[in-house]
Structure formats: C-alpha cells, structure tokens
Write a protein that binds this ligand. Structure first.
Ligand SMILES: CC(C)(C)[C@H](NC(=O)Nc1cc(F)cc(F)c1)C(=O)N(CC(=O)NO)CC1CCCC1
Ligand SMILES: [Zn+2]
Length: 172
C-alpha cells in the first residue's frame, strides 16, 4: 500500500518534469499503480486507516508525486451534492472550460508540500475533461466545484506546475 513515505516532496525533480503520455491499453504495472493511488486516497479518508498509517487525508494524487512521470492521476472526493467522484484517469485533458474563475477559500495545499502557503489559486470554475479510465474506456466529464479544482490541481502536476506557481505576486 502507498503511505506518506512514498510521496515525493518539494525539491524532488519529478515534480517539475512534464510527464509522458501513458501507453494504452494500460500495462498491468500502470493499472496496478493507478489502483494503488486510488486505494491511498480511500485509505487516507478512512479515520482508522489514516490514523494507523499516519496518512494525510487526500482527495487527489498524481503519478509524479510517486516519482513516476506518467500522465495519470487518481481522484476520490464528493462534491457539494454528495456525488462521489472516484477515478483513476489516464492521459487526462481539459477540452473546454468556463471563462469564470473560482478558487478554494483559504487557498490550496498539496500532499507534496509540507508547509502552509497563503494565497488564492485561480482555477476555471467549470471544466469539460476527457481521458481514459483504468479499464481503457474513454471518458468525458463536466466538472465544477471541488472536483473541477482538484482535477486542475492534479493536471498541473502532470505538467510540473505547483499550486503556488499560480498565486499572483503581491501587487504593491
Ligand atoms: C493537501 C490536502 C490538504 C491533503 C488536500 N486536501 C484537500 O484539499 N481536501 C479538501 C478540500 C476541500 F475543499 C474540501 C474537502 F472536504 C477536503 C489534497 O488532498 N490535495 C491533493 C494533492 O495534493 N494532490 O496533488 C490538494 C487539493 C488542493 C486542491 C484540490 C486538491
Ligand atoms: Zn498536489
């Protein structure tokens, strides 16, 4: 199982690389990695398992955070209507987005960042995304709210972008 020790932190080169598209159909190894990533998120949101293994409660994790520069990430979260979004996504991309921007109140954090960083992180309010599931099926989703923000945060990891890169500098 994945624990916090498997997650690379700021300064690790994998977090600043552009990740490579994943060969489809998924190899057994890539599928296993993605399943392990989804399992980590589920474990991290289970109070007993999270406490036992000292896991930070994660809603998303990208392969580069495991030192694997492949274009895949996992999401496991519920939106404000309690709809569950639980996916392993391969070669994900935004196909269209709102002009309107949104941000998490209080800013963002990251499983690979062990410090608090203040500042709003601007994200598209709504995105239409495409990608492939762990079963090699093409998927298209319309996301808003936390699912939309989390998707954009994870997609940035595949392009070597950290959330704080998007916080505008103090305008004096
Ligand atoms: C880094 C951490 C703080 C653990 C963050 N969790 C999080 O934001 N949880 C959350 C947010 C809400 F708005 C409502 C709620 F119910 C729970 C997270 O998992 N990530 C994933 C990550 O680091 N992926 O690389 C960072 C988040 C920033 C924006 C969305 C994902
Ligand atoms: Zn992150």
């Amino acid at each position: 199982m994945i624990t916090m020790n498997d997650i690379v932190r700021e300064g690790h080169p994998a977090l600043r690389k552009i990740s490579e598209p994943v060969q489809l159909p998924l190899s057994a190894e890539d599928k296993k990695t993605l399943e392990d990533m989804l399992e980590f998120l589920q474990n991290s949101q289970d109070d007993d398992i999270a406490e036992k293994y000292d896991l930070r409660s994660g809603v998303g994790i990208a392969a580069p955070q495991l030192g694997i520069n492949k274009r895949m990430f996992a999401l496991h979260l519920t939106d404000d209507k309690d709809k569950l979004y639980s996916y392993g996504l391969v070669n994900p991309k935004i196909v269209s987005h709102s002009v309107e921007l949104n941000h998490l109140e209080g800013g963002e954090g990251c499983l690979s960042v062990d410090r608090e960083i203040e500042g709003e992180v601007p994200r598209y309010s709504r995105v239409t995304i495409e990608g492939y599931t762990m079963d090699n099926e093409k998927i298209r989703l319309r996301l808003r709210g936390l699912p939309s923000i989390a998707f954009q945060h994870e997609l940035d990891h595949l392009d070597g972008i950290m959330f704080y890169d998007r916080i505008e500098e103090e305008s004096n």
